[in-house]
Design a protein around this ligand. Sequence first.
Ligand code: PEP
Length: 250
Amino acid sequence: MRKPIIAGNWKMNKTVAESRELVTALLPKVKNAKCDVVVCVPFTDIAAVAELTKGSCVAVGAQNVAWADSGAFTAEISAAMLKEAGATYVIIGHSERRQYFGETDKTVNMRLVQALANGLKPILCVGEMLAEREGGKTEEVCRTQVVGAFEGISAADAAKTVIAYEPVWAIGTGKTATDAQANETIGYIRSVVKELYGAAVADGMRIQYGGSMNAKNVDGLMAQPEIDGGLIGGASLKADDFAYIVNAAE
Ligand code: PEP
């Protein structure tokens, strides 16, 4: 049995004051959660949110991590910095990083290696663009991204990773993959993990769906056997909506 994991990706939203307001509203609403709950917040919010969520069921994540320990990497944030601020999870390879900031399978791999070496729990994002889905390339794209991300990573480390399957055409667009599309592609991703690391790692790995997941579609998506939770963008910015999704995931 895989324990579901619901993670919010706040992206570049919420000042420290706003983050305190959102988390203060959220905590009582998710106190009986039966899944793992994470909020991946802007770097500047991590310490404040970690302080507020201490002793609760909500863990704090970052949205990226540097591949190096320290040094001349302007604007990057190291794993040690994230941990000191209170993050325990980190999103790696989000499609917005890949699209707008030049993230490649190689840099995703380097960041994944670094997160795992430092005991941060990675949420690795993979997923195809609309033209790739329409061109019948969904599986090829997901395979390339998964194989590239895990290059040189041991089975023991891979097992600590959560994968988020996020079709790029469904992110922030209000379009959701159908339950069947999401289930099928996540099943395919699990088969790639099985090829790389064997059945035990593949069967134990939590693979989320992400892409306009909300209070209306969460039940159908979570009822799918391959889907182990969600990475939630827009709907994670409202305490009621995010709490609804969390409480729907058992
Ligand atoms: C995301 O950013 O990972 C995401 C899934 O966003 P949204 O839920 O807004 O589509």
